[in-house]
Design a protein around this ligand. Sequence first.
Ligand code: COA
Length: 260
Amino acid sequence: MDFNNLQAKKENGIGWVIIHRPDKLNALNSETVRELKTAFSAFKEDAEVKAVILTGSGEKAFIAGADIKELSELGETEGRDYVLQGQAVTQLIENFPKPVIAAVNGFALGGGTEFALACHVRYASDNAKMGQPEVKLGLIPGFGGTQRLSRLVGKGMALELILSGRVIDSAEALRIGLVNRVFPQAELLAACEGLAREMMANSPVAMNLSIEAVNKGLDKTLPEGLAHEADLFGRACASEDSSEGTKAFLEKRKAAFSGK
Ligand code: COA
């Protein structure tokens, strides 16, 4: 896949999506958002890709936010349409049927934090800086930050970050649960790859159903979420993967999952 602002590659079952706008600290202009949609859509359909890692090129930035030059030119209708396009991509990532890991390798501000929030797991480098500084521009988070940040770190912490526009370091991001783990910069990508490989050894069917159960469950009451979990558990039981996984355990061998 050839892109102007992304590098997308497949390596041993892992799809890498690397945002590459080095002169703009990987800020997301509309073209980059469109390219992200194309890359993730392609990896979704590609049976050889079992997990995806999203990161930024270079050692300074994951994504330094939405492109402020573009933001400066938006009116009401264009602004709404602009964020709807970004939100569509964050939803594609959030509901991706295979694990998506954010390798937050530097500045992840505004849209950068929001794209990281859409991923299933966030690992960060020790030099990562995260935040939702939109209010400093007279704007609000628009790629899901007001919704996903509060769901992940709680309403009080989300509002503190959003209303102050404060940029936090990796230690603080870890402390509040915004990222799962922190690594020295030089070890980040290997750690993400290691996590992807750990996940890829598991049943693709079960991982897909787990993602659905967790995501949909957050929009439901607890009894509704439990009922949905029971339905999905039934679907898992009917899969070839569960026959293989349980049989392999009983036969004391490693499971070989077909993903069916
Ligand atoms: N949109 C557009 N361009 C951006 C950008 C963004 N979100 N973030 C950085 N850039 C550009 C800068 O304008 C600069 O371009 P130029 O060389 O053509 O002037 C280039 O990237 C390098 O950024 P610079 O500010 O010189 O780097 P720095 O190391 O001094 O500062 C940041 C890094 C991340 C602190 C700073 O760039 C910044 O605050 N960016 C905006 C972050 C933000 O508010 N994001 C949320 C947007 S909703």
